[in-house]
Design a protein around this ligand. Sequence first.
Ligand SMILES: Nc1ncnc2c1ncn2[C@@H]1O[C@H](COP(=O)(O)OP(=O)(O)OP(=O)(O)O)[C@@H](O)[C@H]1O
Ligand SMILES: [Mg+2]
Length: 494
Amino acid sequence: MRETLRTAWPYLSRYRRGLAAGFGALLVKDLTGAAVPLVLREGVDGLTRGFSLSGVMWFSAALLALAAVKGLFQYWMRVILIGISRDVEYDIRNDLFRNLIRLDASFYSRFRTGDIMARATNDMNAVRMMLGPGMMYWAETALTFLLALTVMLAVDWRLTIIALAPAPFVSLTVMYFGRRIHDRFEQIQQKFSDISSRVQENIAGVRVIRAYAQESAELAKFESLNREYIAQNIRLVKISGVFMPLLHSLIGLTFLALLWGGGLRLMQGQLTIGTFLMFSAYLTMLIWPMIAMGWVVNLVQRGRASLKRINELLREPRGIAAPADPAVLSAPPRGEIEFRNVSVRFPTGTALDSVSLRIAPGETVAIVGHTGSGKTTLARLVPRLLDPSAGEVLLDGIDLRRYDPEQVRRHIGMVPQETFLFSMTLAENIAFGSESATREEVLRAAEIAGLAPDLSAMPDGVDTMVGERGITLSGGQRQRLAIARAISNRRCIP
Ligand SMILES: Nc1ncnc2c1ncn2[C@@H]1O[C@H](COP(=O)(O)OP(=O)(O)OP(=O)(O)O)[C@@H](O)[C@H]1O
Ligand SMILES: [Mg+2]
């Protein structure tokens, strides 16, 4: 619990005033709510003593006024507290994304994309449910119980015990079934996301599937997934089918207990009709808290587990970061690159072993080698996408690790083996990373990269949208686009 609070508090404390207002509204709402049965008792008992029209008028006016005040503050309570949980969700989500785009390759080789996505969506939602509705209903429930119980015990403690005896079972039932229903629901969500990824992969790879004549094999796999999905849905229906009737009969039991105990005492003259009605009103008021208690316990448990999982991403340190006192890189840099006894070791093996190499400014160097011999690894060291395990890489005579990597990367154009295009226009893809590039610069970069002839054949020229990951372009066009992107970033346009 302390761990949860330590993480959540920095986010919550920004909204201290809102929280105070929200819980203030909750207090007023619960107090007026708890006053209703008392007014009811006074009114009914007054009427049994002697009927008067003005009495009825006063009585109804008081009830109406209380209901209106309660409703108003209940509205504010929900709007304020749920609103804050949305704000907190917004803040955490931003921090999460900020961290995710800064983390390096070693992080992404440990966490799968699907897992990260699940943490950013499902877990995020569970945390919000804990901090919003969870917190709100917990406070509301506890206060309602306290107020109602105080009055009920003061008026007739025996009847209170009789009437509330079944209450713990209601909470336990909600807790027990709530957890199981949630688990089954999660499994269904998981299965559904399996089905979606399957469909997505099959659509993306439809050409390969057809080329290898795998249609019927894929169909069979899909049918079995689909069948499991339906079976899990039926499991959910079975359990929720038991839950609702059970809950209603338990609630019915509390009223039965009140009717029996209260009726008995009413006949013995130990209870007025007003008091009996008051008890019944309090009991009605307590139904929701009984249910909410079980629900809130689950919300908090789920939220805590999720917050832990989100924390693992938030606390993940950046592998490659700027030093506290970065060296100043002349702009533009001279461009002398030196590798001194550089070794790179991956958990799977050594990619580079004591490589030394000096590249003079303006020099063109081609590195040739077998597949998997470490050429890409060598290139990735220069913009510091990777740090050497031993030795050092120097730019203009200074170790790269002493510069701010963002500064270094501003001066380096890179065309990787596998390019990544965003689903934006060609022009936006070329200008990616150099937001200040003018349209002329973009067109010029496209021309240098040899993309100009292809552009004129596109429906909207440089403003044509490329499909997801550039699917509408040919392999060569994609590579040229990546070259144009590197050129436009370097600002070396003549
Ligand atoms: N992130 C990584 N984690 C673990 N091993 C890696 C990683 N990146 C590369 N390797 C391994 O390091 C070695 C060198 O890889 P690299 O990509 O530098 O080869 P390459 O010379 O560019 O090959 P190619 O000509 O096929 O592009 C390979 O054996 C590869 O399996
Ligand atoms: Mg390579």
